[in-house]
Design a protein. Structure first.
Length: 223
């Protein structure tokens, strides 16, 4: 059976991707340093348009100021902003960190909420951030889709989605729910190490070459 025949369906491609990523990344450590749901929530918020490596360099200084909602709510926004400036978008992120800390105290007794709706009602917390917290802090099956995963899913023809919302729905249909929490991390690891934005256009990395040995042109990306 030729590769083109073997991987002619989305399901066949998904099965190969899951198997190969499990071989490459049997362990799935969370790349953002944290100690509890609150510090994970703040770290994920900071990671928007910023590398995890840079976030991990910045957060120890932030935790030295405060590492819990009660403490952070007392820190002036300007002090938060001064520390997180290297992460980019610091005015918005500082306001969000301060605001969500206050709301966690006022609405949730100081504990990070455990539902998507309550998380997404916090300042600066969108669906992707909520999905990371639900999956990695609370073990609830979720499939956070960022630009890395959106790009890979398109290159591997696991989705025709024009946006991350559609890609998330497609990936959830393709992969077993019990695999979601680890698989999204494995896809991120692979995207950063092998199928990067500059290093692979859909023709260069191992998975792309295996799935599409006859592909000669760059895979066309949708937004």
């Amino acid at each position: 059976m030729s590769p083109a025949t073997a991987f002619g369906s989305r399901q066949a491609r998904a099965a190969f991707v899951a198997r190969r990523l499990t071989e490459l990344y049997p362990e799935t450590p969370i790349p953002l340093d944290h100690k509890d749901p609150y510090t994970l929530l703040v770290a994920v918020l900071l990671s928007a348009q910023c590398t995890d490596k840079r976030v991990n360099l910045v957060t120890p200084q932030l935790w030295a100021l405060a590492d819990n909602p009660a403490g952070m709510a007392r820190v002036p926004v300007a002090e938060i902003q001064a520390i997180i400036r290297p992460c980019g978008l610091s005015p918005q992120k500082a306001r969000a960190i301060s605001g969500l800390s206050r709301l966690i105290l006022e609405r949730h007794g100081g504990a990070v909420p455990r539902t998507f709706a309550e998380l997404e009602a916090l300042p600066g917390v969108g669906h992707k951030t909520a999905s990371v917290v639900m999956s990695q802090a609370f073990g609830v099956p979720a499939f956070p889709v960022d630009t890395h995963i959106h790009r890979l899913a398109q290159r591997w023809k696991l989705t025709a989605g024009k946006n991350v919302e559609q890609t998330e729905r497609d990936l959830k249909r393709l992969f077993p729910e019990e695999s979601w929490n680890q698989l999204h991390l494995r896809m991120i690891f692979y995207g950063r190490e092998h199928c990067t934005a500059r290093g692979c256009d859909g023709t260069a990395c191992g998975i792309c070459r295996t799935l599409f040995p006859g592909r000669r042109r760059a895979a066309k990306m949708r937004k």
